[in-house]
Design a protein around this ligand. Structure first.
Ligand code: ADP
Length: 468
């Protein structure tokens, strides 16, 4: 449903809409030019023949009148010539310079509204033109009538073309409607065709959106049936992914090597500092303070290097887990005892049953120590820290504190690398602890979540498979 909505959503800035509108506009221009040209041609053919006919009568009537006037009077000759050339569609009449109607064709005798309107006309051009009178159409002209070299007034000729004009207007109307329908059909066809042609680009977009650092090496765009340009784009994109994968691997290797190379000498330095602090009794307070600071900084850096090493190994798939059945209650008690010693904080344990989990003993200790370390760091000395154990379908371990808590909008991000909620809370950490926790718990087939309220405390919950 979401996909269908996406296809038919109209984004005015999309390539699909722009191409469709552009091609439809060009088609409309072409189609309307052809329609206008056709209409003009039709009109020329239709009206042209009538104009020629009217012109012919205008030239013939004076000649006929002259011939008749040899036998009859001029006035009778004119009337006879008019009667001879008039028919049901052709109206002829003569108006003298003083405005008197001297002769007219029989079809004007009825004196209906059209006849009256025609006879009252005075301003008519000499070359035939189309006039609309009383919803009827006429090709008309008026010329001075000269018989035997003498002017007898104005000769008016009107050719009724209403039927042809009505037919012509109907043709124009249906041509307009047909053009509009054709244009609509063309637009829909173009839109569908463009939609189809852009499909591979959308596929590339969807695939690219799914690529993550973890699967850079395997990610490949397949567009075998796409147009050449899109295939080229996909090929270039694949090559870029390969280069990125290589660079990513190099960087992981570098972090892993540096962490490893630095950790060993630092551990030796830390060991020496500890032994000097333990054995030397004649150190001054300043010297002891300096050595203690150096030892604590060395310890912090060793832990950072260990975290980086673990993450680099996890990324490269070299972090191995020795999964076995582990008695959880005993392990948690041991970890709580260790944490209690180094933090000088009371850590309570709430547990009912004996629980055996499937986990890597050392990694699980590392996870719990990390979480307890955070609970100690982010809660007041006087507030309790509790470890709760229970078991449903899976074993559940909760590390609860009543400390500062974590804002809701940031709870989803705290498991990201180097993410720290608020720099003003600055502690000795680097924002790697929780990402290590998540990596290790995921690696053991479990999952870790957080529930927290600002100012009320946090509960980190780990679930792990139980040994059956
Ligand atoms: P750090 O080593 O900086 O503590 P972590 O990855 O362990 O990094 O934690 C990330 C962030 O999550 C910390 O900056 C801290 O603000 C917040 N956080 C973690 N645990 C707790 C906790 N128990 N109570 C409050 N905030 C916590």
């Amino acid at each position: 449903m979401a996909r269908i909505r996406n296809i038919w959503r109209i984004d005015p800035f999309s390539l699909r809409v722009r191409l469709t509108v552009g091609i439809a506009a060009v088609s409309a221009l072409g189609l309307s030019s052809v329609a206008i040209w056709t209409i003009w041609q039709m009109q020329q053919i239709l009206i042209g023949s009538h104009k020629r006919y009217v012109e012919e009568i205008a030239q013939r009537l004076p000649r006929d009148a002259e011939i008749y006037s040899e036998m009859f009077s001029v006035a009778t000759g004119i009337q006879k010539a008019i009667d001879n050339l008039a028919n049901s569609q052709t109206f002829l009449w003569v108006i003298s310079p003083d405005g008197i109607n001297r002769a007219k064709s029989v079809n004007l005798n009825a004196m209906d509204t059209t006849a009256i309107a025609l006879l009252s006309l005075r301003q008519v051009p000499a070359s035939p033109q189309v006039f609309a009178i009383n919803h009827r159409y006429f090709v008309m002209c008026a010329r001075t009538l000269r018989v035997n070299g003498k002017s007898w007034g104005q000769l008016f000729i009107a050719q009724d073309i209403s039927d042809e004009q009505t037919m012509f207007l109907a043709v124009v109307q249906s041509l307009g409607v047909t053009s509009l329908l054709i244009l609509m059909a063309i637009t829909v066809a173009i839109a569908l065709y463009i939609q189809r042609s852009l499909q591979p680009l959308m596929q590339i977009n969807q695939l690219a959106a799914k690529v993550s650092a973890a699967d850079l090496g395997q990610a490949k765009l397949q567009c075998d049936r796409a147009p050449t340009e899109v295939r080229e784009l996909a090929r270039t994109y694949n090559m870029m992914l390969e280069r990125l994968a290589a660079a990513w691997e190099q960087q992981e290797q570098f972090v892993s090597n540096v962490s490893h190379e630095l950790r060993t000498p630092l551990t030796i330095v830390y060991g020496y500092l500890q032994s000097v602090l333990r054995r030397e009794t004649n150190l001054t307070t300043t010297q002891r303070d300096a050595l203690e600071t150096a030892a604590s900084e060395a310890d912090r850096t060793i832990r950072l290097l260990q975290d980086l090493l673990d993450l680099a190994r996890a990324d490269s798939g070299h972090l191995h887990f020795h999964i076995e059945a582990v008695p959880l209650n005993a392990l948690v008690a041991e970890v709580a005892g260790m944490a209690q010693q180094y933090s000088n904080r009371e850590i309570a344990i709430e547990a009912n049953d004996e629980i055996i989990v499937l986990a890597d003993r050392h990694r699980l200790k590392q996870v719990l120590l990390n979480l307890i370390d955070n609970a100690v760091k982010y809660s007041d000395f006087s507030l309790p820290i509790t470890l709760k154990l229970d078991q449903l379908e899976q074993a559940r371990i909760q590390v609860c504190d009543r400390g500062v808590g974590i804002p809701l909008q940031q709870q989803a991000r705290i498991f990201e690398r180097f993410y720290r909620v608020d720099e003003s809370r600055a502690t000795s950490g680097y924002g790697l602890g929780l990402s290590i926790v998540k990596t290790l718990v995921d690696g053991m087939g479990g999952c870790v979540t957080v529930a927290s309220r600002l100012g009320e405390g946090s509960v980190f919950t780990i679930t792990l498979p139980i040994a059956v």
